[in-house]
Every structure is written in structure tokens, then in C-alpha cells.
Ligand binder design. Structure first.
Ligand code: URA
Length: 498
């Protein structure tokens, strides 16, 4: 048995030189007993064989050197024998390292992982303290790594703390940066006795940045294992910080400033309005509008910002009825001011109708929607909701007494007539409402916005405008004709109807 002794302080070149000589000398792994200086048992260690050119040097893939560079840093006494075995086996099988299940390969990967983790912990947990003596400011840290990683991590600290003089002492060697020059020593260092007056400051800082609401004890303990605590000044605070976290979270929640939702101002305004002393005279449009502000006839009022009541002159001859307010209308408190409102405005103006002269309202007065992320998506009101809201629409018609009503879309048609028929069957007909008023039916402007085909959208928009133009023409005729006596059946066509 050939006894080989190495310093074993994480130096790849030392092992590489020994391995090359032993390999060229023809020594097989089982003939070698690797020992480490300072760890006892060096008795009988033999000098390394010379390097004669009798046998070619071993050839290995680049990946092996990367693994070897890390594995030599591991503290396991068997690391050199393991690497030599891998070196030997790689001569016969160059793909060996890709066999993750191989015992030697798996052991090498385990060691690599452990060394990398140790390096990561060192970069995270080294705490410098100012050393008192000397003309220049110097900082000293004590760290206890599991493996021989000082030389490996020193360049990180040299880059990170390039503008100060420092020294990191460990039982496995030390590193120092002095006026920009990095030196590394293998010699085990002793723990310095360091008191830093700024320690108290650091502890106060640490305690104040500790966020109890983000505490995850398990994750914290795996990231900062207890074995590192003895060299971390802040570790003394951790048990109390953990114990006090739930109470602090509760206190934080209580003190949290609640940012009002966007519609808060409007709800406040609605309250203020409701609490006014002066009420408009009963039986007027103003009184009806005010009563509608606090409507709770159906659950839609809960999620809506406010009631969106109809608007226009109290005695308008033409009333146009839509479905329900959309997102923009809900916030503005006015009907048809969003995208569908733009189409509506353009179309009535092209049809020669002045919006200021007509009464515009909706079948349902609250915005029905469903939250999707930050957006509120429109939902069609159901028959029950339309029925509940019809009370308001009936009151609006009774007060405004329009000569002609235009229903835009199926919801308006249902609200005005109770009819669920197809719009296309009724479009173009002059229908009758109770009280003898005439009703024309057309599509809803939002329908035009949803049409994907440009040609179809253009045709439908033209049809919508034609319906509105027809409404204007019919209104002009109706202004000259007294309203016909009440006819109960709305389906009965008006005289002269199509
Ligand atoms: N759609 C409607 O039916 N009414 C509005 O007020 C807005 C969009």
C-alpha cells in the first residue's frame, strides 16, 4: 500500500500533481492510502514518485476538473481517493460523469453541492467588525465554514469590499485585503475577541427591518441554519422576533391605513345627498331621481357605485331606453357616456337628433358586473332584475310622457313590453305601449361595437342610424297628431304601422 500525504486545504493543483505522478507510476486506486496533514496518521507516508515519461498522462473531460476543483475543498477525508478513482475510471469510460446513479459520481455531486452551499453561506453570513488598532480602518470577521472554502470565496469579498481593509479568519485558513492586495493563508486562525461599538446599531437596524408579516420560520431556519447563529450578532434577536411576530402582525393590521376604493367619494356624496334636509316636491322628476339614489329593490345596488338614472328634459317628446349602465356610466353617474355612448352620440347626431332634447335612460339603473382582476366585466341583467327596475322606468315614462319611445336592444324591449321576442322580428314596426305611446325597436349600440367583421359592423351601424332617423321622422309626425287613446295590447300595430 502506498501512503500519500497531502496538505488537503482545498488546493486542486496539489492533488492534481500527486494524482498525475501516481497514475504515470501505474498505481491503481486500491494501492493508495490518501492521508491529510494535520489530521493524524501520517506515519509511513512515502514521497511521491517522480514523473518519468514512461506512460501517458491521464486524460479527463473539462467537467471533471470543474468537479475536482470543488470536491478538493470538501472536508471529507475520502475526497482524494474518490477523485483518483474517478480519474482512473474515466480512462475507460469518458461518459462516466453523466451516470448520476453511479456511486462515485453521486458522491462527487453530493460533495460539490455541499461545498457550494457552504460558500453561499459564507458570503451571506460573514459579519465584519471594526478592529480598534491601526492608523487605517480595518475590519475583521470570524466565520466557521464546514469545508476548505476560504480561497474560493475570498475573491467575492475582495470585489464586494474593495475599498476597505479587511480580514476574514476561520479555523480553515484566512483571507485578507490590505490596500487592495488579497492574501490567503492555509493556517487555521483562532477566534478573535472582537467588540464593535456599532454592534448595538446593527442590532437596532436588524430588528427594525425585520418584517413579521413576511416571516416564514421554516424557510428562515433552512436559509440560516442554527449552526451559523453563534457568529451572527443578530441571531440573539431571532427567537424573540419570531415569538413576537403574530402580535406585531395583528397590530400592523390594525394600524394599516385603509385606502378607500375609487368609488368611495361617490358613495360619500350619495350619503350626503340622502341626508339633505330639503327634498324636492313629490311627484316631480327631481323627487323620483332622488328616491332612485337609494334604491335597494334588487341586489344590484350592492356592488354598483351609484344609481344611474335617466337624464334629459322632463317633458321630452322622445325617450330612448338602453340596457343598463356600463363601467364608465357607473363611475360618472350618467347614462351612455362610455364607448357605447360614443356610438350612440354619433348615431343620433347623424340621424339629426339633438341629445339635449331627448330623454335617455336605461331599463336597469345599476351596473351589473363581475370582477376580473382590476376590471369589472359587464353582465347582462336577468329577468328578475329587469322586472324590479321596471318600476322606475314606468315612473319615468309616466312623468316625461314621451310621444315616442325607442328601445335599444332586447333588455329594453323586455322591460318596456315583457316581450322576449327576437329584435329582428319587431324592428321596423310601430308598436304600442300602454297609454297609447308608440314604440320603435332597434339594436343596442354595444352590439355594434362587438361585431368582429368590419363590413357587417358598417352595415349594422347604417341600419341603426336609419332606425334613429325613422324615429326622428315619426316623432315629427306624432308632434302634429294627438296621442291615440290607450290600447292595452302593445303588440297591436299603431295606425299606419308597417
Ligand atoms: N349601455 C347601456 O345600455 N346603457 C348605458 O348607459 C351604457 C351602456
Amino acid at each position: 500500500m502506498h501512503i500519500v500525504a497531502l496538505q488537503g486545504r482545498g488546493d486542486l493543483l496539489e492533488w492534481r500533481d500527486a494524482a498525475r505522478r501516481l497514475f504515470v507510476a501505474g498505481l491503481a486506486p486500491e494501492q493508495l492510502d490518501w492521508r491529510i496533514a494535520g489530521e493524524g496518521g501520517l506515519f509511513g507516508a512515502q514521497p511521491l514518485p517522480p514523473l518519468p515519461a514512461t506512460r501517458p498522462a491521464p486524460r479527463v473531460p473539462r467537467a471533471f476538473l470543474d468537479i475536482a476543483e470543488t470536491v478538493v475543498c470538501h472536508a471529507d477525508a475520502g475526497r482524494f481517493a474518490l477523485l483518483y478513482r474517478l480519474l482512473f475510471r474515466l480512462q475507460d469510460d469518458g461518459t462516466l460523469l453523466s451516470m448520476a446513479a453511479d456511486v462515485d459520481v453521486a458522491a462527487a455531486w453530493r460533495m460539490t453541492k455541499a461545498v457550494r452551499r457552504d460558500c453561499h453561506k459564507m458570503t451571506a453570513f460573514v459579519r465584519f467588525r471594526e478592529a480598534p488598532e491601526g492608523a487605517r480602518r480595518r475590519f475583521v470577521a470570524w466565520f466557521e465554514p464546514d469545508h476548505h472554502i476560504v480561497a474560493r470565496t475570498a475573491p467575492f469579498f475582495a470585489r464586494r469590499f474593495a475599498d476597505m481593509d479587511w480580514m476574514i479568519l476561520t479555523p480553515k485558513g484566512s483571507a485578507a485585503l490590505d490596500d487592495g492586495a488579497l492574501t490567503i493563508s492555509d493556517a487555521p486562525a483562532a477566534k478573535p475577541d472582537l467588540e464593535d461599538p456599532t454592534d448595538a446599531l446593527w442590532l437596532t437596524y436588524y430588528a427594525s427591518i425585520f418584517n413579521p408579516a413576511r416571516l416564514k420560520v421554516k424557510a428562515m431556519q433552512s436559509e440560516m441554519p442554527r449552526k451559523y447563529w453563534r457568529n451572527l450578532p443578530e441571531a440573539a434577536l431571532i427567537p424573540d422576533l419570531i415569538a413576537g411576530a403574530p402580535a406585531r402582525v395583528a397590530a400592523m393590521a390594525q394600524q394599516q391605513a385603509h385606502i378607500p376604493p375609487v368609488f368611495h367619494d361617490r358613495i360619500q356624496a350619495r350619503r350626503a345627498w340622502d341626508q339633505r334636509d330639503v327634498s324636492p316636491p313629490p311627484g316631480t322628476m327631481a323627487a323620483l331621481r332622488e328616491a332612485a339614489r337609494s334604491c335597494t329593490r334588487c341586489p344590484l345596488h350592492c356592488a354598483a357605485t351609484q344609481t344611474v338614472f335617466g337624464e334629459g328634459p322632463d317633458s321630452a317628446a322622445l325617450m330612448i331606453v338602453g340596457e343598463q349602465p356600463g363601467d364608465r356610466e357607473d363611475l360618472a353617474g350618467r347614462p351612455f357616456v362610455g364607448p357605447a355612448g360614443d356610438v350612440f352620440d354619433r348615431s343620433i347626431s347623424e340621424a339629426g337628433i339633438d341629445r339635449a332634447a331627448i330623454y335617455v335612460t336605461n331599463a336597469v339603473k345599476h351596473f351589473k358586473h363581475e370582477p376580473r382582476g382590476k376590471r369589472r366585466l359587464h353582465k347582462t341583467p336577468d329577468a328578475g332584475e329587469i322586472e324590479h327596475c321596471r318600476w322606475w322606468l314606468d315612473q319615468e315614462i309616466a312623468l316625461v310622457k314621451p310621444k315616442l319611445v325607442v328601445a335599444m336592444g332586447a333588455t329594453a324591449l323586455f322591460a318596456l313590453t315583457g316581450e322576449k321576442g327576437r329584435l329582428s322580428d319587431l324592428r321596423g314596426q310601430r308598436l304600442r305601449l300602454e297609454g297609447g305611446r308608440e314604440l320603435l325597436v332597434t339594436v343596442h349600440p354595444a352590439y355594434l361595437l362587438r361585431l368582429p367583421d368590419a363590413e357587417r359592423a358598417a352595415a349594422e351601424t347604417a341600419g341603426f342610424r336609419a332606425d334613429l332617423a325613422e324615429a326622428r321622422r315619426r316623432l315629427a309626425q306624432l308632434r302634429e297628431t294627438p296621442i291615440a287613446p290607450p290600447v292595452p295590447a302593445w303588440m297591436e300595430p299603431a295606425p299606419g304601422g308597417a
